[in-house]
Every structure is written in structure tokens, then in C-alpha cells.
Write a protein that binds this ligand. Structure first.
Ligand SMILES: Cc1cc2nc3c(=O)[nH]c(=O)nc-3n(C[C@H](O)[C@H](O)[C@H](O)COP(=O)(O)OP(=O)(O)OC[C@H]3O[C@@H](n4cnc5c(N)ncnc54)[C@H](O)[C@@H]3O)c2cc1C
Length: 400
């Protein structure tokens, strides 16, 4: 049996491979997540859209259900679940609004996982309970004005001083830094070695002297997601703020690369699923020239193309997740998923807007918000060009 055959392709409606049937416990989890998203998150999404702010109740609500601790190891109070269930949660939350997937990363993103795996007992005690309870938020700061796709051009320095480190430099495009209680900041500690063992990860609390948020940008996506510029001027952090060993920073980031890319892939799948659902419903109810849109071949072809692409994205992504949770080396599989899913959802969103006509571009209906939000995914967490570069390098070196 090939790996792909090992997944049961009978759809939930018994016909189409768009809904891949998962093992029983994942199917149960998906059903619970769907119910929770529809009942609890959808009303909050409307408030987010109306105000541009995240309702205060959101994080405690996710924490109460255990959604902020499912990926963290049992030893630190988490549920120790694999990447597949975590990504399924991001998929379902994204059907409502991308912000919910973003904040769910508080318990499964790079920073909490790095602290859980490599942090000191003191760091675990200080940060993890708050992240799991939804009372603390965090952000990850790597990108700089002159170091985006090419992180090796990074300039932010941390120099050793008595009892700690002095950080100097600037970061930008840092998601949710404006709302974060603490950040994990990457800085060069050995200029000779740079990204080959010369970068370290520091935990910097909000309000630390010498650390300032110098600009907050809203983007073309939902106003609730903000990207910040951070400035460090002789910012002192104690020795105890280094995560893992000095010089291990880039390795920590690399360890979470697959998680981040798979999480984005599933968010894109969730958004595409919802957009197609809305497009089918609209095409059945909207009548033009005496017939529903659903009876027009031009509309049918858009629906068909979107469904085929969604099915392809799910098959690739779920199979990759299964292999990751089985501990297999997936090579650049996560790059393939991130590349395909982020480009797929862009095409699906474009067709959804077209099918909805005027309703697709007015702000009182969520299609236009999805259309704007999905554009981020082709840039953040390694842009499409970088994913193609990584996949091609892997192919040329190792073959198919
Ligand atoms: C929504 C969003 C959230 C983000 N959140 C964070 C965050 O929380 N923390 C953080 O550290 N960073 C974050 N980033 C930054 C993100 O990682 C960078 O934007 C990304 O790595 C690209 O860097 P850049 O913007 O400097 O573009 P550049 O590196 O300047 O690239 C510009 C364009 O050129 C292409 N390009 C670059 N090099 C090559 C090449 N060699 N060959 C072909 N094409 C190339 C790129 O693919 C891109 O299309 C976020 C970005 C976005 C969009």
C-alpha cells in the first residue's frame, strides 16, 4: 500500500475526496472543533471585524477548552498531542477568522515549544502556565529591515556584559508584538559564526529598559493583526533569558520550521474550505437572468477548480502531517505544503469574490476579508519563491 492509499478517501458525503476521513479520534476532535468554532468563535469573529480588536474573552475561552496547551509536553502541563491534531485545530479555527489560529499558536508556536523543550525550569515556570491559561501572549522576532528572506544578513547584536547581555538592533514585521507580554528575540552573539552557531534566542519582557516598540503597522489584512517594529538600544537582559545554549538560536528556529509551515498550510485549507462552502451556497441562492448562478457553466467551473485544488491540498498536507507524527524525515515536504496551500487559497479566494459579485467586495460580508487575509500567507514564514528554492535544491541534491 502506498502512503497515500493508507488514507481513506471516502468523503463525509461518501462521494468526494475533499473531506479525507481521518482516524476516529481525529474525526471526533474535528467535529468538536467545528461545533466550538461555529458556536463560540463565529460571534467573536463578527466583533473582531466590527472593532478591529480581539475580545478579551477569546484567550480564556480557548484556554478553558485546553486549546492553548494541547501541543505542549505533558511534563509542563500540556496534553502532549502531535502536530496533526494541533494543525486540525488551526484549520477549523481558520474557517472562522485567521486571528483565532494565530493566537492558538500561544500554546503551540515556536516560542512556547522552544521554552518547553530547551528552557530552564525558571523560564518554564515564569512563562508556560500563563501562555496555557491565556493570560500571557508572546511574539517571535527574527526579521529585520535588511534581513528578511535572507536571515543570514541579520544585524541585531547581543554582547556579553556582567550578569547578562546588551542587545542592540532593530526588528520589523513582528506579528502581535504590540500585544505581547514577552518576546523571543534572535540576536547575533558570535559575529564570526553568525547563523552557523552564532545566533542566540533571548526572552525579553515587555517594559524592559532599552526595548521599545517604535512602530505598529496594520496591513491589507484584518486590522486585528498588527506587525510591529522593535528597537533595542543597550537593552540589558540577564543570563537567564537565553533559551537553550548560547549560539543555539537558529537551531531552535529550524526545529519549529515544519510546525510553522504545516500550521499555515492547514489555516489555508480551513479558509479555502469555508470560501468554497460560501460560494456553493451563494451560487444556489442567487438568481440572474431567471436561473441560479449554480446552473451556469462559468460558475460551475470555478467551483470545480476550487474543490479539486482543495482536495489536492488536503491530501498532500494530511499525508505529510501523518508522516511527521510518525517521526519520518519529510525532507522539504512542509515547504511543498506551505507553497501549494498558500497559493491554492489565493486562487480559491479570488474565485469566491468573483462568484459573489458585489457581495464579494463589500465589508459587511466576510468574503472580502478572507480575500485580503489569505494574501499574507504567500509572504510570511518563507515566501513562495524561497519555498520553491528549498524544494528545488532538495530535488537536485536528493532526487524525487
Ligand atoms: C503577515 C506577516 C507576518 C510576519 N510575522 C513575522 C514575525 O512574527 N516574526 C518575524 O520575525 N518575521 C515576520 N514576518 C516577516 C517575514 O518573515 C518576511 O516578510 C519574509 O521572510 C520576507 O522577507 P522580506 O519581507 O524582507 O522580503 P524580501 O526578503 O525583501 O523579499 C522580497 C521578495 O523577493 C523574493 N526573494 C527574496 N530573495 C529571493 C531570491 N534569492 N530569489 C528569488 N526571489 C527572492 C521574496 O520571495 C519576496 O517575494 C512576517 C511577514 C508577514 C507578511
Amino acid at each position: 500500500m502506498t502512503p497515500l492509499e493508507s488514507l481513506n478517501y471516502a468523503g463525509t458525503n461518501g462521494r468526494l475526496p475533499v473531506h479525507i476521513e481521518l482516524p476516529h479520534e481525529l474525526e471526533q476532535m474535528r467535529a468538536a472543533l467545528r461545533k466550538f468554532t461555529d458556536r463560540e468563535l463565529e460571534p467573536l469573529a463578527k466583533i473582531v471585524d466590527a472593532t478591529g480588536e480581539l475580545p478579551a474573552a477569546t484567550l480564556p475561552l480557548l484556554a478553558e477548552q485546553g486549546y492553548l496547551s494541547m501541543r505542549l509536553p505533558e511534563g509542563v502541563g500540556g496534553a502532549g498531542m502531535g502536530l496533526f491534531p494541533y494543525c486540525l485545530m488551526l484549520e477549523e479555527f481558520s474557517r472562522s477568522h485567521r486571528i483565532f489560529a494565530l493566537i492558538a499558536g500561544a500554546g503551540g508556536g515556536l516560542t512556547p515549544i522552544a521554552i518547553a523543550k530547551h528552557g530552564t525550569d525558571e523560564q518554564r515556570r515564569k512563562y508556560l502556565p500563563g501562555l496555557m491559561a491565556g493570560t500571557l501572549r508572546t511574539a517571535f522576532a527574527l526579521t529585520e529591515p535588511e534581513a528578511g528572506s535572507d536571515n543570514s544578513a541579520m544585524k541585531t547584536r547581543a554582547e556579553k556584559t556582567r550578569g547578562g547581555w546588551l542587545i542592540n538592533g532593530r526588528k520589523h514585521y513582528i506579528t502581535s508584538a504590540d500585544a505581547a507580554d514577552f518576546l523571543m528575540v534572535m540576536a547575533i552573539t558570535d559575529p564570526e559564526k553568525r547563523t552557523r552557531g552564532g545566533v542566540s534566542a533571548f526572552l525579553v519582557d515587555r517594559g524592559t529598559l532599552g526595548f521599545q516598540i517604535t512602530r505598529v503597522d496594520t496591513t491589507m489584512g484584518s486590522a486585528v493583526v498588527k506587525l510591529s517594529e522593535l528597537t533595542f538600544e543597550n537593552c540589558f537582559v540577564p543570563d537567564g533569558s537565553v533559551v537553550g545554549n548560547v549560539g543555539q538560536g537558529f537551531d531552535l528556529a529550524k526545529e519549529s520550521l515544519n510546525d510553522g509551515r504545516m500550521g499555515i498550510s492547514c489555516s489555508c485549507i480551513g479558509m479555502a474550505d469555508r470560501l468554497i462552502e460560501m460560494s456553493i451556497a451563494h451560487s444556489k441562492s442567487r438568481v440572474t437572468f431567471g436561473k441560479p448562478l449554480a446552473e451556469r457553466q462559468a460558475i460551475q467551473w470555478m467551483l470545480a477548480d476550487s474543490a479539486v485544488e482543495l482536495a489536492t491540498a488536503r491530501a498532500l498536507t494530511y499525508e505529510t502531517l501523518r508522516q511527521i507524527d510518525e517521526g519520518k524525515d519529510i525532507g522539504t515536504g512542509a515547504s511543498m505544503c506551505k507553497l501549494y496551500c498558500s497559493e491554492m487559497v489565493g486562487r480559491v479566494a479570488d474565485r469566491a469574490v468573483q462568484i459573489h459579485g458585489g457581495m464579494g467586495i463589500v465589508k459587511s460580508y466576510s468574503v472580502e476579508r478572507f480575500y485580503r487575509d489569505v494574501r499574507h500567507y504567500r509572504i510570511g514564514e518563507g515566501a513562495s519563491e524561497i519555498q520553491r528554492m528549498l524544494i528545488a535544491r532538495d530535488l537536485i541534491k536528493n532526487g524525487l
